[in-house]
Design a protein around this ligand. Structure first.
Ligand code: TRH
Length: 361
């Protein structure tokens, strides 16, 4: 029985999977914390592989964005205690107007922002922002910034994550590896490649040719980028394509591999929790704003120089040769990541902080 508060989370899918990935994870963790959640999404199709049980989860309703503007829907809806506007998606005006017309007091209205390690984030986190126009003029919205330090909103982390990781023991890990890379030699690294279209991809692929390492390529943009790069290569590295998997399956991939190339926002956090070596392809932004975001993250990670160099070349911040993935550098990267994970495990999670914030209605 979900006795907690009722949350309306709004999510628009921009161009990849992270908006929905983050919102679904948030939905699931709030429900696991005893809350009731309505997730309003404009394009929920990715849930078919990302969260196969999404439409049968107790305490969770996944609803089409368009319904939030239907008068008949709105009249039948019990009012939520908290509105979450994910990544500044702008709530449907009819939904807001209905709230203003029918509520004695405004809900807690949270604008959940994108994840960043930049130093201005703690100053912006939990800042109230008066609404200056539209049906909710005079109400207040609060900006919630996820982050890597205790003075931010924190990160999404399931309460059973460590238990799940312990259950994924050496036996399960080697079975996973055997299933997905049966020909991997004992001295070979198993590498996952979740990326956009990195300029240094041909360099990475060329580096792996003739080595015992095996590349696992998730579907979508990573596979398209690899196929395009391979078309121009006389010799190919050992690699194989992966099917789409749900979020738990994606975690197991990260846990089973020795090195994970991740991207965007959600898989970066999952790679940190996985505790294996990782390299991050940040979501490119037109004005190169992502360069500062990348440097801020590397600063927070206290990344060794070679890992900074790899990130700059991988993200096209710097031209030049991609440093090779030799054994010892890979071990150093893993140690950097594990130190970062240990720090993060001591912080309150995003859901803990959201619940504390919402409790003071
Ligand atoms: O897909 P992304 O590039 O999403 C991006 C980022 O979120 C970015 O911040 C945002 O601005 C942009 O979308 C619009 O990368 P990300 O964040 O890692 O999200 C991918 C999600 O998909 C992640 O939760 C992992 C999940 N996933 C699976 O669960 N199974 C799969 O098979 C695959 C390939 C991905």
């Amino acid at each position: 029985m979900q006795t907690g508060q009722l949350w309306d989370i709004f999510c628009t899918v921009i161009d990849n999977h992270g908006d929905l990935g983050v919102c679904w994870r948030l939905t699931r963790q709030l429900r696991d914390a005893g809350q009731r959640v309505r997730l309003w999404v404009d394009d929920a199709s990715a849930l078919a592989w990302m969260a196969t049980t999404a439409h049968q989860e107790p305490g969770i309703e996944v609803r089409p964005w368009a319904d939030a503007s239907q008068a008949s829907t709105l009249q039948a809806l019990p009012p939520a205690d908290v509105w979450v506007e994910a990544f500044g998606c702008t709530l449907p005006e009819a939904f807001v107007a209905h709230g203003v017309a029918t509520r004695a007091q405004q809900p807690r209205w949270i604008n959940l922002e994108y994840l960043s390690a930049e130093d201005w984030v703690p100053r912006m986190h939990q800042l109230p922002s008066p609404i200056m126009s539209g049906p909710a003029k005079g109400w207040t919205k609060t900006f919630f910034y996820p982050g890597f330090t205790p003075d931010t909103g924190g990160l999404l982390r399931e309460t059973d994550l460590l238990e799940r990781q312990q259950n994924f023991d050496l036996l399960k890990r080697s079975a996973w590896r055997q299933q997905h890379a049966p020909n991997l030699l004992p001295n070979g690294l198993l590498i996952s490649l979740f990326c956009y279209e990195p300029a240094a991809l041909p360099q990475l692929l060329a580096q792996l040719v003739g080595t015992p390492h095996h590349l696992l390529v998730p579907p979508g943009r990573p596979l398209a980028a690899v196929l395009q790069a391979l078309a121009g290569m006389p010799e190919h590295p050992s690699w194989s394509a992966l099917p789409y998997t749900d979020q738990n399956g994606f975690d197991e991939m990260l846990w089973a591999c020795d090195l994970n190339f991740v991207r965007g926002e959600d898989s970066l956090v999952r790679a940190l929790w996985a505790g294996q070596a990782f390299i991050w392809h940040i979501y490119p932004q037109d004005d190169n704003a992502h360069h500062d975001k990348l440097e801020a993250f590397l600063d927070w990670m206290e990344a060794p120089e070679i890992l900074r160099k790899v990130h700059r070349v991988w993200n096209g911040v710097e031209e030049g040769r991609l440093p090779s993935l030799t054994g010892n550098s890979h071990i150093n990267w893993m140690q950097s990541g594990q130190a970062a994970k240990a720090q993060l495990l001591r912080h309150k999670t995003l859901v803990q902080q959201l619940l504390e914030y919402a409790a003071h209605l």
